[in-house]
Design a protein around this ligand. Structure first.
Ligand code: UDP
Length: 312
């Protein structure tokens, strides 16, 4: 009999790619999303499939799923700085109450649960690159606190269910990830730059552009999630692409790729914006034999084609 998996945040960027992967692997997939940042366009191609169902539901309220469940992937949450500033309370609730509900569901179903955590648990890191053992540098009452602390609580309660209830749990710390189905207006640097280049606007660099990020293409991440789910490792695992660049270099790459004649302009740096970020993926490599395969040039090209299509 096929295994049955619940994917929360199913209509979101990463969630919808996970739905694709598990539908293609012949799992029975139950997608769930409350649609505050999700988009049905990301999953409408799955509706005709026999092994896909969708529930419009907010997981911070009691979650009921009939019948067997073997796995749960908890990917519901606003996840860009603009989004969690717009929905701070929902962000706190989905990471805390939502995670609690799904852990309870996992217990009654005897299911294994993997929760999506984030590099934001490291805050503005004082250790570089960031290994899983680093505890982070987070401002709990700053604008990013609602996301960072919800995710830190999520890790904590997930580990408690593992320790006290013997629940099978997995925790992934996701670093900046990109690809088709990112929302054009989610405020992140990549959709922003593409949107600006495609609509004849100057590219906005926040601060002096010397801050760094490391961008992972979405199918690489999905492969890592898949491997972690079927591993037996319950401690947090970083996943991302260690290929680190400054935001200025990133703007240059987008300008070259899109052949825009616009220039860059400088705006003020948002509060608590991390100065540098690069995953240490030693654990993922040694435990799961995983590392990213898609080079930025290739991933950006596919993503650019996607944005061109949706902006027509
Ligand atoms: N950023 C930028 N211009 C933009 C949007 C973002 O320079 O139009 C910067 C932002 O200040 C941060 C980096 O790009 O230093 C990545 O921001 P993003 O919102 O994508 O995600 P973060 O990694 O900060 O969560």
């Amino acid at each position: 009999m096929s295994k049955r998996i619940l994917i929360t945040g199913a209509a979101g960027f990463i969630g919808s790619h996970l739905c694709d992967r598990f539908v293609n692997e012949d799992f029975e997939v139950v997608g769930m999303d409350n649609m505050i940042t999700g988009d049905l366009k990301n999953i409408e191609h799955l509706f005709p499939k026999k092994n896909f169902v969708f529930y419009n539901h907010d997981v911070s309220k009691f979650v009921h799923v009939p019948d067997q469940l073997d796995y749960i992937l908890h990917f519901a949450s606003p996840a860009s700085p603009i989004d969690y500033l717009k929905w701070p309370i929902q962000t706190l609730k989905v990471g805390s109450l939502g995670t609690h509900n799904l852990l309870g569901l996992a217990r009654v179903k005897n299911a294994r649960i993997l929760v999506a955590s984030t590099s934001e648990v490291y805050g503005d890191p004082l250790v570089h690159p960031q290994p899983e053992e680093y505890w982070g540098n987070v401002n709990p009452v700053g604008p990013r606190g609602v996301y960072d602390e919800a995710k830190r609580f999520q890790e904590s309660i997930t580990m408690a269910y593992h320790t006290y209830h013997g629940l099978e749990t997995r925790i992934i710390r996701i670093f900046n990830t990109y690809g088709p189905r990112m929302r054009l207006n989610d405020g992140r640097v990549l959709p922003n730059f593409f949107y600006q280049a495609l609509s004849g606007k100057d590219l906005t660099i926040y601060g002096d552009g010397s801050q760094t990020r490391s961008f992972c293409y979405v199918t690489d991440l999905v492969e890592g999630i898949y491997r972690l789910l079927f591993s037996d490792y319950a401690q947090p695992v970083n996943m991302g692409n260690p290929d680190e660049i400054t935001i200025s270099q990133f703007a240059d790459e987008i300008i070259k790729l899109t052949a825009t004649t616009q220039k860059v302009i400088y705006e003020s740096l948002p509060k608590d914006d991390p100065k540098q970020r690069q995953p240490d993926i030693t654990k993922a490599k040694s435990l799961l034999g995983w590392e990213p395969k898609v080079q930025r040039a290739e991933g950006l090209k596919i993503t650019y084609d996607y944005f061109k299509k949706i902006m027509k």
